[in-house]
Design a binder for this molecule. Structure first.
Ligand code: ADP
Ligand code: MG
Length: 618
């Protein structure tokens, strides 16, 4: 049921704003949405087709074209025609320098550590800006075809993309004026397009084989309770349909006895041959012989020969499947479904070899160029809340916990826990006669609460007066499917209870969450060291407190020398607590323990003998 609202400014009825799914590909990009029949549908802007080649051309007057029109310029104006920009997203020059010959345009290498830039004429562009231009074109086409503004999107990325590449994709969306609600893994989107993972009850293991224009990857996914977990990925970022085209060109060069050096110089002919080869390859989807001419060059090929030409490349993808399977620690018969993605999986030999390897028929019912975008649209629809039948299966992006002694974070619900979830832990007091307990709730991955985000603070009051360590305070966290966190504290001996509710996602953006995760990785080592120091300090302070309390109560059982020496030990423990490192503190704690243990034992003996005489040591 689509929601309808009235635009008060114009008085017109407005459809609920839709969220589109975008497959931002290395070779081709496209947009999909959920139509009124609730089906995922790709956007076909009149006369322009569904697939938008991921190519940007800069004209002499600064005019920018994207897609098929830009592709035309690959032949005549290669320096100003940017293709395969996805390979550069979130990458430094160091990451790509082995492949620099691949790019016919200028990739700048001034600082090998920072992100790459591309030079066109006298201007510099970042891959984010270039991807932004492609996304802008996609947005415009979607708006034109749907006749409605498109401001929100889900964008897909390969499962192997790292944080920096994902962030770059998000930023590109932002530049195009899109609010990127989520970055989704391409194999996850492809599974959704096949309806796999839409039933929260089912558990499935699937292999997604994605052979595009220039890249290949295979992912093994486990889907459980609607959560997609990537068990392993493998592949080759320089292997794809382009290699098939090249193999065909090589074959024609040989058959026509063309001079290779001349061909390298003759860009136009080389490009024409390449396009003809692609045409032949695609023709083999429905015919077994291709026979055409470019000038007086015979471009003849039959399907059998084609399959022999590409066999080594396809074999490489099968080896990658073996590796992915090995890394996932699964066997072939544990894979429930195999999903084919990418234009190059239309090649019959590819389908056959993948099916043979996995020993089962592969899913190829959905158009392999469109399957990722269609799945992204389904994900967008789920996020828009239009599929109430599907539980919005989500995980907590950040850990939730409370502050413990010394300002440390004690995690109760770890990040990536699936929602709804519930967890709890028992705490106690640190001081004798403590009747109130402060409970401060935080989210974040850092060891120190001061680096995390505070969600709530309350006091559990009315704990009966007891010695330190006696009260039992249960703290329970309950995170429901709407993302509301209920925190409950109960002192078990007395039953005193206190409860609060917060919404952890309120007032925090996805970008901030990502930043917090990044920070926790950067500071991991420092954090661990700090935590160990604070834990040692807390232990030392507890020790000072216990020994001083002991002397106060039982000092009369110690000799004057013993008392003086105990005081010395405590003084030196206090000194290291003030400015010593973790090891110095732990060493002093051991010494104090060592020295005071006999007193405790003696006291115990006396307590027993007193008790036998019917007296209390109090
Ligand atoms: P990417 O995900 O890398 O953007 P695509 O999934 O769009 O790439 O795949 C593009 C590749 O698919 C190109 O190499 C193209 O030649 C190839 N392709 C498209 N149709 C066919 C076909 N019928 N047979 C073989 N290859 C095809
Ligand atoms: Mg793709």
């Amino acid at each position: 049921m689509a929601k309808v609202s009235i635009n008060l400014a114009t008085g017109s009825i407005q459809k609920e704003e839709l969220i589109v799914g975008i497959d931002l590909g290395t070779t081709n990009s496209l947009v999909a949405f959920i139509n009124q029949d609730k089906d995922a549908q790709v956007i076909n802007d009149t006369g322009k087709g569904v697939l938008v080649p991921s190519i940007v051309h800069f004209g002499p007057t600064g005019d920018v074209t994207v897609g098929n029109e830009a592709k035309e310029f690959l032949i005549n104006d290669p320096q100003n025609t940017i293709f395969s920009v996805k390979r550069l997203l979130g990458r430094s020059y160091k990451d790509i320098e082995n492949y620099k010959d691949f790019f016919s345009y200028k990739v700048i290498d001034d600082d090998s550590e920072s992100l790459v830039k591309i030079k066109v004429g006298d201007k510099f562009y970042t891959p984010i800006e270039l991807s932004g231009l492609i996304l802008k074109e996609l947005k415009a086409r979607a708006e034109h075809a749907l006749k409605t503004p498109v401001n929100r999107a889900v964008i897909t990325v390969p499962a192997y993309f790292n944080d920096s590449q994902r962030q770059a994709t998000r930023d590109a969306g932002k530049l195009a004026g899109l609010d990127v609600l989520r970055i989704v893994n391409e194999p996850t989107a492809a599974s959704l397009a096949y309806g796999i993972g839409l039933n929260p009850e089912e558990t499935k293991t699937i292999a997604v084989y994605d052979l595009g224009g220039g890249t290949f990857d295979v992912s093994i996914l486990q889907i459980q309770n609607g959560i997609f977990e990537v068990l392993s990925t493998n592949g080759d970022t320089f292997l794809g349909g382009d290699d098939f085209d090249r193999a065909i060109v090589e074959y024609w060069i040989e058959k026509n006895q063309l001079n290779k050096a001349e061909l390298v110089a003759n860009h136009e002919l080389a490009q024409k041959l390449r396009l003809k080869a692609e045409e032949a390859k695609k023709a083999f989807s429905h015919q077994s012989l291709f026979n055409e001419k470019i000038g007086d060059i015979w471009c003849t090929l039959d399907r059998n020969t084609f399959e022999q030409l590409i066999l080594p490349k396809v074999q490489q993808t099968i080896t990658a499947c073996e590796n992915a399977l090995r890394d996932s620690k699964l066997t072939i018969n544990q894979i429930d479904e195999v999903v084919m993605v990418g234009g190059s999986t239309r090649t019959a030999l590819v389908k056959k070899m993948v099916a043979d390897f996995f020993k089962r028929p592969v899913h190829d019912e959905v158009n392999p160029d469109e399957v990722v975008a269609l799945g992204a649209a389904i994900q967008a629809d789920i996020l828009a809340g239009n599929r109430k039948d599907i539980l919005l299966l989500d995980v907590t992006p950040l850990s939730l916990g409370i502050e413990t002694m010394g300002g440390l974070m004690d995690v109760i619900i770890p990040r990536n826990s699936k929602v709804p979830t519930k967890a709890g832990r028992q705490y106690t007091t640190s001081k004798d006669g403590q009747v109130n307990m402060k409970i401060a709730v935080y989210q974040g991955e850092r060891d120190l609460i001061k680096e995390n985000r505070k969600l709530a603070e309350f006091e559990l009051k009315g704990i009966p007066s007891m010695p330190a360590g006696f009260p039992k305070v249960d703290i329970n966290f309950l995170l429901n499917a709407d993302g509301i966190l209920k925190i409950q504290a109960v002192e078990l001996r007395s039953g005193v209870k206190q409860e609060v509710e917060v919404k952890p996602t309120y007032g925090i953006t996805d970008d901030q969450v990502e930043q917090m995760l990044m920070d926790s990785i950067t500071h991991a080592k420092d954090d661990v060291n700090q935590r160990m120091l604070i834990e040692a300090r807390t232990e030392g302070e507890q020790m000072v407190y216990t020994v001083e309390r002991f002397i106060q109560k039982n000092g009369s059982y110690l000799s004057a020398d013993e008392l003086a020496e105990t005081n010395n030990y405590i003084a030196s423990l206090k000194a290291v607590l003030a400015n010593g490192d973790k090891d110095a503190i732990l060493k002093k704690i051991d010494e104090v323990n060592e020295f005071t243990r006999p007193f405790a034992e003696r006291l115990m003996d006396q307590a027993i003998s007193h008790a036998m005489k019917g007296k209390s040591i109090e």
